[in-house]
Ligand binder design. Structure first.
Ligand SMILES: [Zn+2]
Length: 501
């Protein structure tokens, strides 16, 4: 009995062209009724892409679908997972992450899920629509990191880092040989360098709060001013274009070591696996059928690291370090919503990180894709509506979220310090955050925080007072303000009257 089970065993009429995956010119129906019902959009039926090319299921996927693999099967000859030892002292001893469903890799998989988090779904569309060649092999030439993130003791403690792969930025070089064997080992982290330019930083420069130093902060090239509001240079009207800031950054996709995750949360691995299986609608049967596979690449967003100053200073305890850990809030971060403090707090964190780098230290901003306290933006807007329709008072701030989502927050900050340990952070001098959850998670993971800073009052949008007061009353850190629970009903936000002009 095979340990890899298949969906269907009936035979297909099969057409292949010289190009391998170009579609046949005649429509083939394999005898199954179409799943889509209308227009022949079903299993084994020709579909057209934008260029008029067509795919058959069998052209793209000649082998029957593998619904799951089974560790308990008596015949394990088809299961040959590449050994993976989380926390091992070298990349070679740790082993590559093999998660691909390619025929050359599927029997050797040692991880559940798929690369690129939720973007794996777009990869599926590209494949189905014939815009991505299934035989494409990534060319990693010149993709290696432009600055080093080197191994440190935390990488070799299997309990210290459980939600990302510390070797993830080196996969293309460390596991090149595995890739040559068709195992499709992909980086889960990439590092790069960039300039950033933000209008708030330009204004801070104009106020004299941020000064160009030629290293971290640079003058932007003057730009032409059509209104002629500024000085003239060789007949060209120019205006000051402010500043730009150099940064080193890292994009990190989640890689979960399930035993370590379970231990971190104090639950059993079985319970974690079952909950992940059920709440993803059964998307990953191997969470149940392959207890020998200990790593899961979840379909969620990851995080981005922004480093200001020398990245090597992050691991040097003699250098001052300023940190802002920020959870995504698209409405404020990008679109400037005034109902919360997210963008002002983010900018404040970036400014303090820059200033720390200019003092000879290093600044670190970590941006997590945990929109709306990891409840998502749809839930968030429902909460906004509920707040605005019931009189937006600070005493109802958390209650409104709980009524709709059942919880106040699903960010689970216990995983957040992993990225700090990956970077080798030893201690934090300045923590730009009011959150006790973030503070406690970092400190209990073994990284001391010397000083905390809440957002200066002058940076708060007026309508965000509801959020700030509710947070302070609930125990968030503030050096500036005390708010009592019984006074929360006095903090009232705007309703919608002023939106209906
Ligand atoms: Zn926000």
């Amino acid at each position: 009995m095979s340990s890899i089970r298949s969906t269907h065993s009936h035979s297909h009429t099969h057409v292949k062209t010289d190009m391998g995956f170009l579609p046949p010119t005649t429509a083939l129906v394999d005898g199954l009724p179409p799943l889509g019902g209308q227009g022949g959009q079903g299993v084994g039926v020709k579909v057209l892409d934008l260029e008029g090319a067509a795919h058959h299921v069998e052209d793209l996927y000649p082998d029957p679908a593998v619904l799951s693999t089974y560790y308990a099967s008596p015949d394990k000859s088809l299961l040959k997972p590449i050994p993976l030892t989380w926390g091992a002292p070298t990349a070679t001893l740790r082993g590559p992450l093999v998660v691909s469903h390619k025929p050359s890799a599927i029997a050797h998989r040692n991880a559940i899920g798929a690369h690129s988090g939720s973007y794996s779904i777009y990869r599926a569309l590209a494949m189905a629509l014939n815009t991505l060649d299934p035989a494409h092999v990534p060319d990693y030439t010149n993709t290696h990191p432009p600055f080093p993130v080197t191994p440190n003791a935390s990488w070799f403690d299997p309990g210290k880092i459980v939600s990302l792969d510390p070797w993830g930025h080196l996969a293309q070089t460390e596991f090149e040989e595995h890739n040559k064997r068709g195992l499709d080992v992909r980086p889960t982290i990439s590092l790069t360098k960039a300039h950033i330019k933000m209008s708030e930083l330009d204004r801070a420069f104009q106020r004299g709060e941020i000064l160009p130093d030629g290293k971290v902060v640079h003058n932007s090239l003057p730009r032409e001013s059509p209104l002629g509001t500024s000085k003239e240079n060789n007949g060209r009207k120019e205006e000051d274009a402010g500043v730009e800031v150099t940064t080193s950054k890292a994009a990190v996709e989640p890689v979960w070591h399930l035993p370590g995750m379970a231990a971190r949360f104090g639950i059993s691995e079985d319970l974690l696996r079952r909950a992940l299986f059920e709440e993803t609608g059964g998307m990953y049967p191997e969470l149940i059928t392959r207890p020998d596979l200990k790593v899961f690449l979840p379909p969620i967003g990851g995080l981005t690291v922004y480093i200001f100053g020398n990245p090597q200073h992050l691991r040097d305890p003699t250098k001052e370090l300023t940190l802002r850990v920020h959870d995504e809030c698209n409405g404020s971060d990008v679109f400037g919503s005034d109902i919360c403090t997210c963008r002002p707090y983010l900018i404040y964190g970036i400014e303090e990180a820059i200033k720390c780098a200019q003092r000879g230290g290093v600044g670190l901003v970590v941006y997590f894709r945990k929109e709306g306290r990891a409840l998502g933006e749809v839930t968030k807007y429902l909460v906004y509506n509920s707040r605005k329709r019931t009189g937006d008072t600070a005493d109802r701030y958390f209650k409104a979220t709980e009524l709709i989502a059942g919880v106040k927050d699903m960010r689970f900050q216990a995983l957040m310090p992993d990225v700090l340990h990956w970077l080798g952070v030893q201690k934090i001098d300045n923590m730009i955050s009011m959150s006790d959850m973030k503070h406690d998670a970092i400190v209990s993971s073994g990284i001391p925080i010397l000083k905390r800073y809440d957002i200066p009052a002058e940076l708060l949008p007026p309508d965000s007072q509801v959020e700030i007061d509710a947070k302070i009353a609930a125990g968030y850190f503030s050096a500036q303000k005390q708010v009592k629970m019984e006074d929360l009903h006095l903090t009232v936000g705007r309703a919608w009257e002023d939106l209906e002009h």
